[in-house]
Ligand binder design. Sequence first.
Ligand SMILES: [Zn+2]
Length: 68
Amino acid sequence: MKIPILGIEIFGSESETDIDPICGMEVVKSNPPGGASRHEGQTYIFCGYSCKEQFDADPRRHARAAAK
Ligand SMILES: [Zn+2]
């Protein structure tokens, strides 16, 4: 498990983001503050541990909600 490190260096367009499926916030893929979870071959990343906990409690529901 990777520990998120504070002090993110942003390298212009190199900082790819993805959407936190719980709250809809943009999170930098390389360093998600809440970590990441895998579900059915997809990786989901989170802005904070509380969002990850919510996802892990019911991943199917949240994964489906995120797929638009
Ligand atoms: Zn979130």
